[in-house]
Design a protein around this ligand. Sequence first.
Ligand code: BG6
Length: 477
Amino acid sequence: HQTLKPFPKDFLWGAASAAYQVEGAWDEDGKGASNWDKFVRIPGKTFKGTTGDVAVDHYHRYKEDVRLMAEMGMKTYRFSVAWTRIFPNGRGEINQKGLEFYDHLINELKVNKIEPILTLYHWDLPQALQDEYGGWESRRIIEDFTNYSVELFKHFGDRVKYWVSLNEQNIFTNHGYHLATHPPGIKDEKLFYQVNHHANLANASVIKEFHKYIPDGKIGPSFAYSPSYAASSSPKDIMAAENAEELNSHWWMDTYVWGKYPEVAWNYLEEKGLAPLIEKGDFDLLKEGKPDFIGLNYYQTTTFEENPLEGGIGSSEMNTTGKKGTSKDSGIPGLYKTIANPNLERTNWDWNIDPQGLRIALRRMTNRYGLPILISENGLGEYDKLDADGVVQDDYRIEYLRSHIIAIQEAISDGVDVMGYCVWSFTDLLSWLNGFQKRYGLVYVNQHEEGVHDLRRIKKNSYYWYKKVIESNGTSL
Ligand code: BG6
């Protein structure tokens, strides 16, 4: 563009977190155990056995954290509610102390003119429901997730107008039921698709209820979209990228928005005997749960090439999730295989750095779905260090965020309706499997894998930089 359109006046500049990754206080004030509370205790599952028992102690330090947000001028804060604080066993009697914690947090945000964005589910399932009926493996989850969500709508709906239903269904099901690296640690492809069908129904059910309780609010799921690139102009590589887009993106997003599974993916799954069982009325419910926006969690793109049916790479790992290194090959014979993209630099965690990919993601989503988009996560995980002067020189993060914000402005100038941008993350937090060494925050937290630490908060260089970005509504980058 010769001239870029300005960011909208009411653009939601913000940052995000998730309950398990920041709160700690894992068994305080009546909270029940979640699947993650259990999983992290299994030896060998997380980096150095790190747990979220304390995390960054946001449960006790939320006031200080909100003060830091306010000082930065943040317009919005996206956080998640721990289901087990509200219903320790997933359903039944409400734990008032749990509601109180989020009441206080939300009130603190409102007083400081920070718009809360509440995520209903960021992966911490009540363990009681996993034990009782397999959690997402059973259709019973639809009712329990809806009851829990409706409680939150009733209680917080007067103050909270932006809601995210499920965070990255594609990631939590892929890691939970395909790669077995997240709870419940199962590898079962057929079950993976069934679990997803239940999650789609649960998502639609809460969205449908939401519109009855909070008619002036907006709700949508957050999806980890990693746009697919073809490795070359060979039609076979382009078909491989198309296959990936169908199976790893349209499979979820079409269902959220249109209440139906895309034909190409559905036919492939039927042929393989992997298609989920559908009951009468399911598609009606899916259609009734139309989101108001799509949440986009963007980290990277993935590049694909042809993978022959006979003799192709068959790890069958769907490496389009933005959660793994991108320099290692994986694939599904007959569909695609992933390859490293020689045009892109990668982070120390082997994730592609691709700001143009964000513009591409925003345009593709807009063309296909025509809904507003909230960028609910984007950020850089690195080994930040506190230097001898007590400063965190994370200029590489500033560069990362700056280039992605430019890409957003280009997309806005292309005509994409972007509601806001949440940096992942506000403070440093527990990176699920990577402990505290992989840091994302604008604010450093003195917390490490081993030993006892004072958890003090230190503003990184990126904090001061982002403050100016917000103040100038994106004109000072
Ligand atoms: C997103 C999740 O997938 O990526 C976050 O919603 C997560 O919860 C973030 O922390 C970064 O992933 P990781 O594995 O580097 O912590």
